[in-house]
Design a protein around this ligand. Structure first.
Ligand code: ATP
Ligand code: MG
Ligand code: MG
Ligand code: MG
Length: 484
């Protein structure tokens, strides 16, 4: 099934069950405590917390989400992206566990030509919170899954809370068995084994006062049942597509592959498409380029600009990691303009804003690449000098201060320093480097406290304000180059 069909079937299924279809909110959340929209529920948080009353108690959406905690996983696991689309259905004090589980099962197992997703029912597994006999019972009785395919998990995996006071509750997660070629049968479901998590149903049913750790079993932090339990579900579109298209990773799905293919063309290295053992490091860098390009386009489209703090820094890191990956693959040519054009081309049928913002996206991504390229060339010269001096001294350890200055003053990534040094038979004293970093953090904290760096951060704040405010008009704000 194509990605577009998955979006449509998901939304239509819940629309037919009295859900209102809501458009995706921006990746920049309304909630000031959050850096980015990390889940489909984020725009609806006030309804769950009882701070606002929804017009309708049932909603469904395809939400753009970004997760920085998965950045290091990109390309190294089959399933993690920094930007992805979360399919979700929500009940604000309306239906609860029985319907949420029964509908997730029905949608998953109904054949595609009858409006479902068409998963093989025999290959679906579920996990429930260890004490949640109700959820266990609904899986067994409403879906007919044999008990061996329903596994109990502790709070670490299957209990949700915000960390503060308010609603909390158990989760039940749905996994798909990718088959014996991905590992042995039996035993617990383990991530990155033959099972893939594709849907999480959060069953909000308790209230916590936030005084203890509500995730701990037997904690006194749960103060009682919620008067109106709620449902929050999230399913990664790219993971569903990966499973239904029977491809090895999320990077090989229909709306992802064009970016991977272009990264291969631009770098001129091959892509084996294999995963795990036997998969070369170059495959990882190709996936990083493709993934970060996608995330970059969507972040800029929603009004994020590169900067040295907050979400602007997330964007900057994404571009730098993508460019760095291309350089590691031996490519000096620009990658950002063609990559942005490809993302816009592939994804604007589903996300038309990409087309509206095309010029802004391409310009900003390319300018950020250019800035970083300059950084890299300056850094390479400095590093070359330092390495020569080290060798002349008859030393094999590159001093940590050089690496730190390259990082701190020139923005030259330390992983690159290490790699280049190693190519020349030199090592970096990593502990000493870490000490420099720690000392720098102390200085930065002290400076922030005394306000000495207020002027510096002001520049970024102004730049950020220009796009994050309500009157973002796109391209015009780029003209002044003020954010570079
Ligand atoms: P994982 O254990 O694989 O990291 P998760 O438990 O952190 O996933 P949830 O927070 O439960 O994920 O998010 C709900 C759903 O969103 C997941 O079941 C999955 O389908 C999807 N998802 C989560 N993180 C990612 C990601 N980094 N890239 C793509 N899809 C994701
Ligand atoms: Mg995760
Ligand atoms: Mg998980
Ligand atoms: Mg999960």
């Amino acid at each position: 099934m194509r990605s577009q069909q998955i979006r449509t079937n998901f939304l239509e299924f819940f629309k037919a069950r009295d859900h209102r279809v809501r458009p995706s909110a921006s990746l920049i959340p309304q909630d000031p405590t959050l850096l980015l929209t990390v889940a489909g529920m984020v725009p609806f948080k006030p309804y769950f917390l009882g701070e606002a009353t929804p017009e309708h108690k049932r909603v469904t959406s395809v939400q753009k989400v970004a997760r920085t905690n998965d950045i290091e996983n990109v390309g190294r696991t089959t399933r993690h992206l920094t930007f992805f689309e979360m399919l979700g259905n929500f009940s604000f004090g309306d239906y609860f566990k029985r319907e949420a589980i029964a509908w997730a099962w029905e949608l998953s197992t109904t054949p595609a030509d009858k409006g479902g997703l068409g998963f093989d029912p025999e290959r679906i597994w579920a996990t429930v919170y260890e004490d949640d006999d109700e959820a266990f019972g609904f899986w067994r009785d409403e879906t007919g899954i044999p008990e061996q395919r329903i596994q109990r998990r502790d709070a670490k995996d299957n209990f949700w809370s915000t960390g503060g006071s308010g609603p909390c509750g158990p989760c039940t997660e749905i996994f798909y068995d990718r088959g014996p070629e991905h590992g042995a049968e039996g035993g617990p479901i383990v991530d990155e084994s033959r099972f893939l998590e594709f849907w999480n149903l959060v069953l909000m049913q308790f209230e916590t006062d936030g005084t203890g750790n509500p995730e701990m079993k037997g904690s006194d932090a749960i103060v009682g049942p919620l008067p109106a339990p709620s449902i929050d579900t999230g399913s990664g579109l790219e993971r569903v597509a990966m499973l239904l298209q029977d491809v090895p990773t999320v990077f090989d799905t229909d709306e992802f592959k064009p970016m991977v293919d272009l990264a291969v063309d631009l770098t001129g290295v091959g892509y084996t498409g294999r995963f795990g053992e036997g998969s070369p490091e170059s495959d990882t860098w190709i996936r990083v380029i493709a993934e970060h390009a996608r995330a970059t386009a969507f972040l800029i489209s929603d009004g994020v600009l590169p900067s040295n703090e907050g979400r602007g820094y997330v964007l900057r890191r994404l571009v730098r990691r993508a460019v760095n990956s291309a350089r590691k693959l031996g490519t000096d040519a620009s990658i950002m303009t063609p990559m942005m054009e490809q993302v816009i081309d592939t994804m604007s049928p589903a996300w038309p804003d990409l087309k509206t913002q095309a010029q802004l996206i391409t310009k900003i991504a390319q300018a950020e690449e250019d800035t970083f390229s300059k950084t890299l060339s300056t850094g390479l010269v400095k590093l070359g000098d330092a390495m020569d001096a080290t060798k002349e001294r008859g030393d094999t350890t590159l001093d940590a201060e050089t690496a730190f200055t390259l990082h701190d003053t020139y923005g030259f990534p330390v992983d690159l320093t290490i790699e280049i040094a190693e190519e020349q038979g030199l090592t970096l004293d990593r502990d000493a480097f870490a000490e420099h970093m720690e000392a720098q953090r102390h200085r930065a904290r002290a400076a922030t406290k005394s306000g000495r760096d207020a002027a510096a951060t002001d520049v970024y704040k102004r730049a950020a304000g220009a796009v994050e405010g309500v009157d973002f008009t796109g391209y015009d704000h780029f003209e002044g180059d003020s954010w570079i």
